[in-house]
Structures are given as structure tokens and as C-alpha cells.
Design a protein around this ligand. Sequence first.
Ligand code: P6P
Length: 341
Amino acid sequence: MTSKTPPVLTRFLIEEQRAGHINPDLRLLIEVVARACKAISRSVNKGALGGVLGDAGTGNIQGEAQKKLDVLSNEILLDANEWGGHLAGCASEELDDFSEIPNPYPKGNYLLLFDPLDGSSNIDVNISVGTIFSVLRCPEGVEKLETQHFLQPGAKQVAAGYAVYGPSTMLVLTVGHGTHAFTLDREVGTFVLTERDIKIPEDTKEFAINMSNQRHWFPPMQKYVAELLEGKTGPRGKDFNMRWVASMVADVHRILSRGGIFIYPRDRREPDKPGKLRLLYEANPMSFIIEQAGGASTNGMQRIMDVQPEKLHERVAVFLGSKNEVELATRYHREAEQQAR
Ligand code: P6P
């Protein structure tokens, strides 16, 4: 390894610390989460040979059947983060309530929120899945950690990232100074910086949505997608392509890599339900990553990172990706809202 070789994650984080972008505790937190993602990657990549496929026989607060790897990934992240003294607590898609750092371990100043294995319904059919995480500061002077301390807008995040377990395992990270991608070198066991300061194209010809829900969408969604489908002969004047992996991490990674728009809107089936995806540990971290790469992320009406959470497992509609495309889709929703008044 010479100084000409791309930096590994540890060196990148040391340089971020020297630049004043992170402190030693946050550096440790990110290193610990990255190490946990390597352990998850190993289990995911074993597939049927690891005895970890299939259902766990349990369910989570979301009302979803848990896969064995959901439970294992959750345990790996909780165990990895309990001893370091950097966290006050964790919140997970797989836990009803938040998890405090157990005695005798010291408590730190950060809150870690995560979806330990997003897209897990794809595991048994060998499609890419991932881990999503978000880091908040624990409010000053908290003696007893409570749920309300996690209910901070996404704009308060100090770091966010995801690991995507695909043909290669990659870690994508932001600490508020750009979005950067690392690729796992399995022979050495380290994440190597493979793309610094990623920028998403502001325009796109690719959209990601589950079209099977089309008949349930509200009018602005119907209008927006109908224009995409009209292609060159329609008002958009260009043809569009569609991709839907049904694994948010995989879809977002493609959009980060080549542009696009990812949409999961609310719909008429449950009009009071704001959307499917979870605000605190899916939409907020992905929004931070996307915005730091020059993209945009809204709930159809406002910037997702400005939404004030009311509940730990709150859901939200998501429109994220290429800036100009997200702004157009959001404009259609705002106009419909204005006309409805
Ligand atoms: P649908 C996976 O279950 C997930 O939470 C996201 O990763 C993904 O984008 C979405 O749900 C897929 O939802 O309704 O298409 O199965």
C-alpha cells in the first residue's frame, strides 16, 4: 500500500477529522458501523450455505414477517455499538422501542438509527439488499433517554450512509461534506474509497416506482407518471426508462450512480398513511446522502429533511433523486394541493 493507492475508510475518516468535519467519537461510530456492515455482508453473501435464509418466524412493529437475516443484522449492529462509549442509544426498524446502551458501558453523545437489512424480501431470490443508517446528536443534558430525543428533523443529522450488498459490497457515506463511496476489498477486509464527492445528474430519463399501484395513486401522481409514459410525443419531449428493484438501497444506489427519480407516494388505499417508507431510518438518511450529492428529496410537498417527526416509526412519501425531476414532480403535487383548497 503506497500513498498513491486510494485511501481506506480509516484514513478518509482521519482526514475528515483533521478537516474539522467530524470528531473522534463520530469517527469511531462510523468505523464500528462499517465493521458491522462487513459482518452482515459476510452473512448475506453466504446465502443458502449460511443457513440464514428464510423467515425467522417472528414479526416486527411494522407488521412485517422478519427474515432470519433481518434479526441477525439487527443483532450485529446492536452488539457492535454497545461497548464503544460513543452512543446514547439506538433505534431500529426491527425494534418496537429504542435501545439504550446497557450498563456497565459508558454512554456517548450520539443516537444511531438504522434499518439493519432493507429490502430483505429480496434476500431469498438473491437480489441486492442493504443496511441504512442515520446519526443524530443526543440533545444536551439528557439524563434519561426517551423516544422524543430521537424525533429530530433529518436536517439535524451529522452523518448518514448505507451499505449495499450487491455484486460488490459498497459503503456510501456523508458527514455533511459531500457523498463518498467505498468498495469492500474482501482480501484485505477494508473499505477502499472508490468515488469521492459523487454528483447526481440534475436531469434524468429513468424513473423508479412500483407501477402495480398506479390505479391507487392520487391525481398529481397519475398526471406526472402519465407524462413520463407518453415519452417523446408527450409534454416531456423525451422517452423514459423504468427500473424497480423493490430494494430501496439498490434503487437509490443506481440513482446516485447515474441519475433518476425514486418515488414511493401515498395512495388511496390508506389515505391517512403518509407513505410506505420510514422517515427516521430510511428517508432521512437517503435524503441527506442524495442532497449532499446535489440531488433533491421531498415528500411531494416539502423537503423531507425539514419534516418534524412525531413517531419513531413514522412513514413518509418519498420523491428523491435528480434535482430537476424531483422539483417537477413536487410542483405537480403542490399545484394539486393549491387547487384543492
Ligand atoms: P414494494 C423494501 O421492503 C422496501 O421497504 C424498500 O426497500 C423498497 O423500495 C420498497 O419497500 C418496495 O416496496 O411495495 O414495491 O414491495
